[in-house]
Design a protein around this ligand. Structure first.
Ligand code: UD1
Length: 422
C-alpha cells in the first residue's frame, strides 16, 4: 500500500452519526505474522487490516525467506515459511515499525540465532528492550548488543525457566512466549501482560500445537514442544480503533454503532465515556455510543490491561479539551506520550503538562489550525480535534494515521464528517 504523505483537511462542526465496522487489530496481526516463523509451511491469517505496518511486516518476512500473499479484498494473508528462515531484521524496517522486534522470539527458537536492529526511541518515549533480552537470557540464550543490533544465539536450543517481568510489557511477554513454545521443559512468565493481543497470539500458538496455560492472567505457563505446525487463524477486532470511534461519538455529540467492537475489551474506557455523559449499549455484534450533550470532563490514569489503555489517552485528552470542567490525565505507561499536546494547544486547548500528568480545562470549542501528527493515535486524536474545531484544521504527516486506521477518511465521511485527504 502506498503510504499517504499528505494531510487530512477537516472542517469542524459535524455530528458523526451512522455505522462503522472494525477491522482486525494491527497489534494482533503483526504478532501473528511474526509467529508464523515458528513452523515451516503455509499459515493463513484472516481479518488482516490493509495498513502500512502489515505491509512492512510482509517485507520483513519476505527478506527472511517467506513468501507472503495478501488478498486485499478478502483481507486474507498467506505466509509460506521456509525450512530455514533468515535471521536478521535490518534497521530500515525496525525504525519504520517497532513491532519488527517481534521476530526475536520466533527466530531464536527456530533458527538458534537472531540479529535485530535496536529500535531506539520514538515519538511516545524511550522504549527499552531490556526485558526481552533478560528473559531470553533466562531461557539460556546469550545476547549482546553490537553495532546497533541485538544479537542473540542459542545453538543448542532454549531451556524453560521462570521469568519475572518488572513491568507487564506487551512486547516482552509476546517475544518470550514465542521463544518458550519450542524450549525444552516448562517456562513460567510472571507479571505477564494480559492484553487481548497477547491472548490472541497465545491462541494462535496453541492452534500451531503449543502448550500454553494462563493466557489473560499475570502468570503464563508454557510447556515446550519439539515442533509446531502451520495454522489458520482470524485476527481479533481492533479494540483501539473501536475505542477511537466511541470517543468520536462522544466528542461530536453523535451516535455511532461500532460493528465488531468488543465491549468486554473496552470496559474501563467505556465506563469513562458513560461518566462523560454518553449512553453505551451493547448490540448483536458490537456496541453503540450515543451522546446528546457536551461531555463532562473525566479523570483518567493509563495502566496495563485491563486498565485504561495508553493508546486511547490522546482521545480522552482531546475530549477533555472540549468538555465541561477540569480534569487530570495521568500517563503511566509511556513517558513521552504528551508530545502531541503541543499540537492540541495550537488548536487552542488549555492543557498544562507536568511530568506524567496533564491538567486540562475544557473549552466549548477549539479553533482550527494546521497541526502535525506525531504518531498513529496522536494523529487520529488531532483529526477528531479538527471535528470539534471552528473552521478548518489540517493534520499533516497523515502517513502516521494510515499505520493504524484503514480507510479513516472514508469512514469519517460516511458518518457525516467533512474530511478530505490533500
Ligand atoms: C505495545 C503496543 C502499543 C501499546 C503498548 C502498551 C504494539 C505494536 N504496540 O507496545 O501500541 O501502547 O503495547 O499497551 O503492540 N519497557 C521497558 N523495557 C522493555 C520493554 C518495555 O522498559 O524491555 C517499557 C516501555 O518503555 C514502556 C512500557 O514498558 O514504558 C510498556 O511497554 P510495552 O508494553 O512493551 O509496549 P510495546 O510492546 O512496545
Amino acid at each position: 500500500m502506498e503510504s499517504n504523505k499528505g494531510s487530512f483537511r477537516i472542517t469542524g462542526g459535524s455530528r458523526l452519526v451512522g455505522q462503522v465496522t472494525i477491522s482486525g487489530a494491527k497489534n494482533s496481526a503483526l504478532k501473528l505474522m511474526a509467529a508464523t516463523l515458528l513452523a515451516q509451511g503455509k499459515s493463513t491469517i484472516t481479518n488482516v487490516p490493509d495498513i502500512a505496518d502489515v505491509h512492512i511486516m510482509e517485507e520483513l518476512l519476505t527478506r527472511l525467506g517467506c513468501v507472503c500473499s495478501y488478498d486485499r479484498e478478502a483481507k486474507i494473508l498467506e505466509i509460506d515459511v521456509p525450512a530455514v528462515p533468515g535471521h536478521r531484521a535490518d534497521y530500515d524496517l525496525v525504525r519504520k515499525m517497532r513491532a519488527s522486534i517481534n521476530v526475536l522470539g520466533p527466530l531464536i527458537a527456530r533458527v538458534g540465532e537472531v540479529e535485530v536492529a535496536l529500535p531506539g526511541g520514538d515519538a511516545i518515549g524511550s522504549r527499552g528492550i531490556d526485558f526481552h533480552i533478560k528473559g531470553l537470557t533466562d531461557l539460556g540464550a546469550t545476547a549482546r548488543s553490537e553495532h546497533g543490533f541485538v544479537i542473540a544465539t542459542a545453538p543448542n536450543g532454549l531451556t524453560g525457566a521462570t521469568i519475572s517481568l518488572d513491568f507487564p510489557s506487551v512486547g516482552a511477554t509476546e517475544n518470550l512466549m514465542t521463544a518458550a513454545v519450542l524450549a525444552k521443559g516448562v517456562t513460567t512468565i510472571e507479571n505477564a501482560a494480559r492484553e487481548p493481543d497477547v491472548v490472541d497470539l497465545g491462541e494462535f500458538l496453541i492452534s500451531m500445537g503449543a502448550k500454553i496455560e494462563g493466557l489473560g492472567s499475570p502468570n503464563i505457563k508454557i510447556t515446550g514442544v519439539a515442533k509446531l505446525n502451520p495454522t489458520t487463524h482470524a485476527t481479533l477486532p481492533d479494540r483501539i480503533v473501536a475505542g477511537t470511534w466511541a470517543f468520536a461519538a462522544v466528542m461530536t455529540q453523535g451516535d455511532i454503532t461500532v460493528h465488531g467492537g468488543r465491549i468486554e475489551h473496552l470496559e474501563v474506557p467505556l465506563d469513562k465515556i458513560v461518566e462523560a455523559g454518553a449512553v453505551v449499549t451493547s448490540t448483536d455484534d458490537g456496541f453503540r455510543v450515543k451522546m446528546d450533550r457536551r461531555p463532562t470532563a473525566v479523570d483518567v490514569a493509563t495502566l496495563p490491561y485491563p486498565g485504561f489503555p495508553t493508546d486511547l489517552q490522546p482521545f480522552v485528552i482531546t475530549m477533555n479539551s472540549i468538555a465541561e470542567g477540569s480534569s487530570l490525565v495521568t500517563e503511566n505507561v509511556f513517558e513521552g506520550r504528551f508530545m502531541f499536546v503541543n499540537e492540541l494547544q495550537r488548536l487552542g486547548a488549555d492543557i498544562h503538562v507536568d511530568g506524567h500528568h496533564a491538567s486540562i480545562t475544557g473549552k466549548k470549542e477549539l479553533s482550527g489550525a494546521p497541526v502535525a501528527a506525531t504518531d498513529i493515535r496522536a494523529g487520529a486524536g488531532l483529526v477528531l480535534a479538527g471535528l470539534v474545531s471552528d473552521g478548518v484544521t489540517t493534520v499533516e504527516d497523515a502517513f502516521h494515521i494510515d499505520r493504524g486506521y484503514p480507510g479513516f477518511a472514508e469512514s469519517l465521511r460516511a458518518l457525516g464528517a467533512q474530511v478530505e485527504l490533500i
